[in-house]
Design a protein around this ligand. Structure first.
Ligand SMILES: O=P(O)(O)OC[C@H]1O[C@H](O[C@H]2O[C@H](CO)[C@@H](O)[C@H](O)[C@H]2O)[C@H](O)[C@@H](O)[C@@H]1O
Length: 328
């Protein structure tokens, strides 16, 4: 069914050719989106049905940052979260365990979100703070104890620790290599390096990618993935946002539990790793943030960060109401 609908909107796209007017193109896009929505229904219109499945289960909320909690903006340093969104995340985190899994460094995403009631995982899941793992399957060499201001103990898990010296070198090298390409911005995300080309002239996109590839030829333990006008250089370890999700479920004590309902909301390709984990588990809600049709493993969709805010607010209202009825 999914395949058939995908083919339909592809075919509709091609049939119109390049001579269509703006209004024809808009109407085609609307139709494509309508087809896609049938396969990835809105998490808002499906809210009651979704929440019905949550009865008796522990909801755990996982959120991406850029494009999910904050809109995509031209300057990565100014991707601020609105006060209202912060309030929505705060409310949801008071009802359900909540974690933010971002491509940014853990410290940076914490600085943007500014909430102590959520767990943070940065560098696409390669730097996670949370409770101590229950199983011994996570390498102790990459775990470090830390304490919050109230003296509560947490574990920082950094499975890509060994790659830090090489990442430092690469950071200098990639800056040097792309220095002459106007518009490139390099972001240090601790265990990953983001090469932004949003402000690069389209004719130079290939040059950026070429420089990254040439550099990576000397670093066989690294590769890059693509995001929104960004190339993300990362260590080639078997660890991604999906693994971070599994890790957090385990540390929170829910890995093997049948009574858990993980909700993951994200907008980008790296979030697909987390969607995949939920699809494989068969017990969660993968929700993509997109206002245009795209290939995804997500089951539900939301159009924009503003819809994410509405969804989180409704979820926390349901959480408060549910807790009240349970305790009566
Ligand atoms: O996993 P995420 O939290 O979604 O982080 C992915 C990347 O997001 C940021 O870049 C993107 O958002 C910027 C601000 O809106 C935008 O300017 C940029 O073009 C986007 O690619 C962040 O700056 C990257 O480091 C993250 O890897």
């Amino acid at each position: 069914m999914r395949r058939i609908a995908s083919r339909l909107y592809d075919a509709m796209g091609k049939k119109q050719g390049s001579y269509e007017s703006e209004s024809m193109s808009k109407s085609r896009n609307d139709q494509n989106y309508t087809f896609w929505l049938r396969e990835h229904p809105s998490a808002l219109t499906s809210f009651v049905e979704m929440i019905h499945m949550a009865k008796g289960k522990q909801i755990i909320v996982f959120l991406d940052y850029d494009g999910t909690l904050s809109p995509i903006v031209s300057d990565p340093e100014r991707a601020f979260m609105s006060v209202q969104m912060r309030e929505a995340v705060r409310s949801v985190s008071k009802c359900f365990p909540t974690a933010i899994i971002s491509g940014r460094s853990r410290e940076k995403v914490h600085d943007f979100v500014k909430l102590n009631s959520v767990y943070y995982s940065g560098s696409h899941g390669m730097d996670t703070i949370g409770p101590a793992p229950k199983k011994n399957s996570y390498d102790k060499n990459y775990q470090k104890k830390t304490y919050d201001n109230e003296g509560n103990e947490f574990i920082v898990f950094q499975p890509a620790q060994d790659f830090l010296p090489a990442i430092k070198k690469m950071l200098t090298e990639v800056k040097e290599r792309t220095r002459k390409i106007p518009g490139v911005a390099i972001e240090d995300n601790r265990f990953c390096v983001s090469v932004h080309y949003r402000h690069v002239k389209e004719k130079d996109y290939e040059r950026v990618e070429e420089e990254v590839k040439l550099m990576l030829a000397n670093y066989p333990d690294f590769h890059f993935t693509r995001g929104k006008k960004v190339l993300e250089i990362r260590p080639s370890i078997e660890w991604n946002k999906g693994d971070a999700l599994k890790y957090l479920l385990e540390t929170l004590g829910f890995h093997d539990s049948g009574d858990v309902l993980p909700v993951y909301i994200g907008d980008d390709r790296t979030d697909e790793d987390a969607f995949k984990v939920l699809r494989e588990r068969g017990d969660g809600y993968p929700i993509i943030v997109s206002s245009a049709p795209k290939e995804t493993m997500a089951l539900y969709s939301l159009q924009s960060p503003s819809e994410v805010q509405t969804f989180l607010t409704r979820l926390s209202m349901w959480g408060i109401e549910n807790a009240a009825t349970t305790h009566r």
